[in-house]
Each structure stands twice: as C-alpha cells, then as structure tokens.
Write a protein that binds this ligand. Sequence first.
Ligand SMILES: Cc1ncc(C[n+]2csc(CCOP(=O)(O)OP(=O)(O)O)c2C)c(N)n1
Ligand SMILES: [Mg+2]
Length: 595
Amino acid sequence: MRMSGAEALVRCLEDAGVEYAFGISGHANVPVLDALAASSIRFVWVRHEQDAAHMADAYYRFSHRPGVVLTTLGPGMANAVTGVWEAALDCSGMIVISGDVQSYMMGRGAFQELSMHSDGAQYEVFRPFTKRAWQVRDPQLIPYIAHRAFNLATTGKPGPVLIDVPVDHLTAVREFEIPHIAERQATSMRVRGDAAEIHRAVELLMAAESPLIHAGNGTTLSEAAPELASLAEHLAIPVTTSIAAHGVFDTLHPLYGGMPGAVGTPIGNALAREADVVLALGTGFCEMETSSWDPDYSFRFGTDARLIQVDIDPHELGRAYPLEVGIFGDIRTVLREMMELAVAAGPRREWSARGQIRVLQERAAAWNAEKKQAAATSELPIHMERFASELVPLLSDDVIVVCDVGAFRHAIYQYLPIRRPQSWYFPSGLVTMGAGPAAALGAKLASPERPVICFVGDGGFSANSQAVATAVEADIPVVWVVVNNFANDAIRAYQLNHYDGRINGTVFERVDGSAYNPDFAALAQSYGAMALKIRTVEEIAPVMIEALTSERPCVVEIQAAPMKPKPGGHWDVNDLLHAEGEFKRQRDPTRAASR
Ligand SMILES: Cc1ncc(C[n+]2csc(CCOP(=O)(O)OP(=O)(O)O)c2C)c(N)n1
Ligand SMILES: [Mg+2]
C-alpha cells in the first residue's frame, strides 16, 4: 500500500498494540504526529521530554507493554536522556522514536545536527543506555526495523531501543508492506533452566539451616509473584526483595523479611548476613542492595554463604558474587520446576518449626514496635513516620505507590504495605530525583482502575512539577504528596553527619537565610489541579481522603520535619566522607567546636 514513512511507522505501532505515545513536537517529527492523529494511538504531549520517558517507563512497569516516546532531534532527544537512561537501568521496555536531520544533509551543518565526531551522530548519544539504537538508512526499512525494535525491547532483560528517522525518510512516499509484528516475535520467551542445576538448587535450599530467597526486579518482570510465594511457603523460607522489586512478595506476609542493603531494613540485613544459602532471583546485587558488598553488613557469599542465582540475563550471573549454582532461565519457569521438586520431596514445612523463622518473627515484632514508637509523635513540622502511619488505613490494597528519591522515601517503603506485585514504582537504577511526578501519570494510564499516589520531595517536585500540567490537560487523576522540608534532606544528612553540620547548597533559602520554596499549592492551582495543604497531624486523614476521592489531579503539600532514618546497612561513601571530615576536624579543631 502507498503511504509515507511516518504512516508506515505508525501502522507498525498500531499493529504492535500501542495505546499511547508520549512526547513533544518538533519539525522533524511532524509527519509522525500527523500519522498518529489518524491512528488509534493517543498522543500525550508533555511539557518536558524527560517526562515522556518517565511516563513510558512507568507505563511499562504497570502494564508490561512497551511505552512509546516521540522526540524531535537535538534538544528533544537530549531532554529525554535522563528518563530513557532510568528506564534502561530498571529494565523497562520502551520504543523511542526521534526525527533526525535530512539524510542528504548530514554533516553539512544542518539545523540542530550533531556532527563533531561523525556525521548524523546524535542517535549515538543513546547507545550506552539503549539495547539498540537504529538510524534508519532507507524509508523502506522502517517496518523491518520496527518489528525488530519491539522484539528487542520486550525480550530477555527488557529495555529501551531507539528508532531515529531522518525527516525525509518520514515524508518519503513508497509502496510499504507492513509485517504483522506478532508473527515476527517468539511465541514464548519462557526459557527453561537446566534441570540438573534446578535439582541441585532445591537440594541445597532444603538442606540449608538459614535459607533465604532474595527477589529482584526480574521476578516482577517475569510475573513470578505467585510462584515465589508458593515456593517460600512450601519450604518455609523468608523472602527479602530489592527496592525495585518491592511488593513482589506481600510486605505483610509472615515470611517477608524486608530489604537488605544500605537503604534496607535491619531485618533484611540480618537475614542476608545470617543466610547460609540464598536463592537470588533476577537481581543485580548492586552496591545499595548489598551494603557495598561488605560481608559485615549484608550477604556473606564466598565465605559463609552459598549463592544460587537465577537470571534471564547471563551477564548478571556471577557478576557480583561467586556462584554455587548459576541458572540461566526465566524466573517463573524455574520457580515452577523448583516447586514440583519441592512438593515431590515432602509436604509443606511447618513454619513455626524453623528457628530462623521464629527469630524473624521476633525481630519483625520488635521492628514494628520501634516503627510504631517513631510514628507516635505529634511534633510539628509533621514527622514522615507519623504521616505514613496515618495513611496506612486510607490506602486500598490495589493502590499504586510511586515513590520519588529523597530522605522521605524511608518512611514510605518502611510504613506503607505493598501487597501485590506491580504496585510500586521507585527509580532504583539511576535514582533520578524528580522522576516520580511524571511516572505517576504513566502508572495511571497503564492501570486506570487503580488509585495512584506519588510521594515526592520539594527538591524532586521543583525539578519536574510540569507533569501536573500534563495531568490536567490529559485528564489523568493522580495524587502527588509533596514533602516540603525546605531542603535536599537526603544530602544535607551527609553534611550533618560527616562535615560538622556545615550546610552548603542543600537547604532552600534566600540570601538573608530565610527558608524559601514556591507555594506548591498555589503552583498546582495555577496548573489547574486541585491543591491541598497539611500542617497538623489532625489534618492528615481528612485531607488525604479528600485528595484520594477527588478523581482529579491533586497536589497535597505537607510541611515535614527532616528524616532521621535508622541505617539498616552500610554504604562505603559514608566512610569516605567521614574520613575527609575527620581530616579537616584534626587540621582545624575550631571547626568541630563551631557546630
Ligand atoms: C536528578 C538528580 N539530581 C541529584 C540527585 C542527588 N540527590 C539524591 S536525593 C536528593 C535530595 C532530594 O531532595 P528532596 O526531593 O527535597 O527530598 P528530601 O531528601 O528532602 O526528602 C538529591 C539532590 C539525584 N538523585 N537526582
Ligand atoms: Mg526536601
């Protein structure tokens, strides 16, 4: 059929079942916008390309269907970098489409082109954080690149891909055949693990004294939550998760052990430290999750503990720690086979018969009591522990919690129960402050029937508040809670802890030292959203009920005290900063005294 390159591209997107494309216009993508207007795909324009990528990323996390981002060349692509990079590190399938310079002008100094090292090079900027970056060389190739792009973005470890199309290839009119994308994709990617190794893994787990299952994001991506729960319950094994995988195991389950690592919980770290056999599922064992790989705080592989690692990405196997058993395969499939072997080996184990679980439950009770005590304060500004605990009874089990980066997040993940998989968003790969406001919109579009609440700091909201405009324009009802503490509290804590309280660049104030922030509620109102404020403990419940039942985009600003999170693990950057602070204290003893 005769059509333009842009029309062919959009036909491919439709064929792949795409519902939304997120982005911003530019001269180089106008043909795509026009083709989208005539398609079944809704184009959601945003106010900053970073938002488009965070929306597409979250859309993937909650639907497991790839999000589509449309940018223009140059500044459009550059603005999208942070969001696409975040999606890459958190394994979200994504198709990024960008218009580019006319193919016949590349290298001649065309408008918005990048040709410092090679001609037409801007698509190469995306190389390090995409699974593949294509620059279309001929319009006829568009459909063939499109089906490969979907294949690559959604299989193995999912991630973003880029299709960069010179504008003349978008406008070119040709005879196109649109391949049916479903016919070009594997009918199953459920790779089975090696049977003998799975057998060995189950034997090791059953013989262990203190076994642990540590579930990472790959478990969520594989949609293996039911299989994870069945195996843990049958063998009576506690489960910890990475922060990305939060919720893949019900956080109110008696076998739930929290999170290990620097931003983890004391229980999670104790379980990791004491485990003799760990079944690790789809996790990268990154620095934050492992207390900088320090065996004194978290996992003790190579000395006291043995590791069984399962991953669909061979690159992850053995990357962080030496392996006892390394299984390349799909997590859900491997867990099902493990379960068959475990059931054949014996009946469901009594949880209470296992000392490790009795200890876990004692520790959980103590930890919950400690949290309750921390939340008992009515001090103003409001403590986030109190706020979060007041919120618990107001949230339904199907709520989606979007959590931005900042000190407040400790209160969010420690207090709010997450009871179902795909109910939690945290930008855990790149840890982008300001990802949350737009991610909440992608979450809502992926799951329109579920309530979505986003927690974001005053730093994060200031970085990307324009997502509220998009929510109003596109009628996407989410609630943002802006935690206003007039600071980048998470970073100020390092200055307080290691630099004798010398604060520089981490609090928001005018030159006269008075606290400053925009009036976030007025800002939200000017965007056309509903705006509410919380100043007292008594206001928490009524205001949050009003926000959650409003069915409108709603910003709730809460003035909050700085967090004093109890470190659950260890991060060696603290040692570095502390040593430097100590050196300066010794060199200048008046420094410590002046605090
Ligand atoms: C884009 C980006 N810039 C800087 C950082 C470093 N950073 C991590 S946490 C944080 C503070 C966040 O401040 P805020 O949103 O106000 O939350 P708070 O810590 O005050 O609760 C910063 C600046 C980051 N993660 N991302
Ligand atoms: Mg702050």
